[in-house]
Design a protein around this ligand. Structure first.
Ligand code: GDP
Ligand code: MG
Length: 263
């Protein structure tokens, strides 16, 4: 799929669906995701300085921080999502992160990872890459990795993921200029990442292939049918409820029994 369905439509979505005020309607919106303790807030603070405020997600007891920066004549609104290990919507935090990435129409999503714990952190990055192409992976805590004698094949990682990878030591501001440049390029469509998606077992892939034609007419243009099919196979129908809640013109609610989930 060449276009990112999550980024179609207007960025009024941020204001209308998530009550996030953009200072200007031209603002580029960046979502920050990451496991807890990867330095996500440090990256956010380093980028935005004092230019930030806290908010709450409607109906959820989950805090958020919204910040604004200017870079190369462009205004950015940064949304610091709750730290999560996954987007599987098992907690309010995960649901907020998932819903914003899916329905907030961010121009780019930054996944902050911990260089000393990359394997576990990449789980979230791979999940975000299933939802949107417009992803940058920041490998933060590079100083800690060095101290522990961990070396990371950054070029190899970028090649294997298919999205830009930026090494950082956010605490010292290292990697920030490169990060801002990359976020701008992705937000403007000058760099178009092509995430290499994780293949599941043959059995799951067969079930996904069977579901996609049924799901596509119902969610096409809003969410990736493959991702929705995977969630349905997971038994996570909260994604359907979210689809109804956040899409301004839902195709129509999916009735139970309408989509036949392969056993
Ligand atoms: N050594 C080192 N520590 C960092 C770096 N970035 C963040 N930290 C520290 O990691 C801890 C967690 O950072 P925080 O930004 O709160 O993480 P969050 O939970 O992902 O928002 C804090 O003690 C930070 O000072 C870094 O690049 N290097
Ligand atoms: Mg934080």
């Amino acid at each position: 799929m060449s276009q990112n369905p999550c980024c179609q439509g207007t960025h009024a979505a941020c204001t209308e669906r998530f009550e996030i005020e953009l200072q200007s309607p031209d603002d580029l919106v960046i979502a920050l995701a990451g496991n807890p303790n990867t330095g996500k807030s440090t990256v956010f603070n380093a980028l935005t300085g004092m230019n930030q405020h806290t908010g709450n997600w409607a109906g959820k007891t989950v805090g958020s921080a919204i910040g604004r920066i200017r870079h190369e004549q462009h205004g950015f609104t940064l949304v610091d999502l709750p730290g999560t290990y996954s987007l599987l919507s098992q907690s309010a935090d995960e649901q907020v992160a998932r819903d914003f990435i899916c329905f907030g129409n961010p121009h780019a999503t930054l996944v902050v990872t911990d260089a000393t714990n990359l394997e576990r952190n990449l789980n979230l990055a791979l999940q975000v890459m299933e939802v949107t192409d417009r992803v940058v992976v920041a490998v933060n805590l590079m100083d800690e990795a060095k101290r522990k004698g961990i070396t990371i094949d950054l070029a190899g990682l970028q090649e294997q993921l298919g999205v830009p990878v930026i090494p950082m030591t956010a605490r010292k501001g290292e990697g920030l200029p490169e990060l801002k440049d990359m976020l701008l390029k992705i937000a403007l469509g000058e760099v178009k990442p092509s995430p290499k998606l994780f293949p599941y077992s043959e059995e799951v892939e067969r079930a996904v292939a069977e579901l996609i034609p049924q799901v596509e007419p119902l969610v096409g243009g809003v969410l990736r049918p493959r991702w929705v099919a995977l969630r349905l196979l997971d038994g996570d129908d909260s994604v359907l409820a979210a689809l109804e809640q956040y899409t301004m013109e839902p195709p129509r609610p999916i009735r139970s029994g309408e989509v036949v989930i392969p056993q």
